[in-house]
Design a protein around this ligand. Sequence first.
Ligand SMILES: NC(=O)c1ccc[n+]([C@@H]2O[C@H](COP(=O)([O-])OP(=O)(O)OC[C@H]3O[C@@H](n4cnc5c(N)ncnc54)[C@H](O)[C@@H]3O)[C@@H](O)[C@H]2O)c1
Length: 373
Amino acid sequence: MIIGVPKEIKNKENRVAAIPATVAEFVNKGHKVYVENNAGLGSGFSDEDYKQAGAIIADCETVYKSAEMIYKVKEIFPQEYKYLRENLILFTYIHSNAHLEQTQALLESKVIGIAYEDVEDKNGRFPLLKPMSELAGKGSFLAALHYGQSVHGGKGILFNRICGVETPTVTIIGCGESGMGAAELAASFGNNVKILDVNKEVMNESKSKLPSNVEFLYSNRTNLLKCLKETDVLINCILWNKTRKDHLVYKEDLKLMKGGAIIIDVACDDNGAIETSHSTSHDDPIYYEEGILHYCVDNIPSAFSRTASISLANATLPYAMEIANKGCEKALIDNKYLLKGLTCYRGKLTLAETAIKHNLELTLYDEIIKDFK
Ligand SMILES: NC(=O)c1ccc[n+]([C@@H]2O[C@H](COP(=O)([O-])OP(=O)(O)OC[C@H]3O[C@@H](n4cnc5c(N)ncnc54)[C@H](O)[C@@H]3O)[C@@H](O)[C@H]2O)c1
């Protein structure tokens, strides 16, 4: 198969879908890989590194026009719509429910879109979200370290255990991949860490992985309000149901927080679990509501682009390789977990959540694959 790796064009998106080692794996299996000029530069990989791995370096148009499968990181932007065509396989984060215009472009062009974020594993978890969530969680604690400093707008708190100084409290809502990433760093810095979740099984599992300065609490309004009053940092790591209209932390609740406390919202859903959150960018990452600093950057892993690219490429390669080796249809039939990622197939929308949200016609996966030869 011919695989194309474009340079990401989203502002401050420094990740790349395939690192040179990924290219070498494809080439070893007899595939051809086009990599756009400077695609890996933001992650510290030069065109020369890719050439040595066996890639063909080309301009953006050549990459898109030559490829049977476009292998990238972020969704497709309007400048890229012109490259979409029938049967082109698109393997990337798509987030079709959040980007209606893009979804329409994918449907009109009849591409085959497989979204990283919807690929599942046998436990119903999301293996292609996991590596980025871990980094986002770790990055969220690092953001707290940064914005806690008085020179960066904070109260001047070092989130660390210092002799003779009261140990800071870090509260994390959500004990999933990003919550665990945040907790691992916050705890290793010696802070008093509190994690709230609604899933007792997950909390029990996590307890054995984290040190004793991490306390696990059931997530209910009473515990949350108590934590809000005591915490120096609140880190939101919930996977929030986008159809919910309520919140966990209301604007009014911010008045309970200590002066100079910080909210780091990893989930960063607009008007989501935290009513006052709206997503921000690395260019303009923070804002204040009720005197509380909010950090809601929606692509935290991009700040750790090299680590993120390597980690993401390691996670996506087995699926991309299966598509390349077998062809898209056979790979989708053989691998029901990959099939979960199918967003659109030759003009038909297959992702229920997007169809429901935007009132679009849905075609079930089973309908689609029954016509595969
Ligand atoms: N900002 C970024 O750069 C970035 C990067 C990666 C992921 N994310 C986002 O972060 C969010 C979390 O991702 P994840 O992979 O950690 O999710 P996850 O599914 O691994 O974990 C979510 C956790 O939230 C818990 N939860 C659900 N309702 C809760 C409640 N009411 N109170 C407390 N806990 C509750 C769940 O039980 C689960 O343990 C997602 O929205 C994801 O899109 C953001």
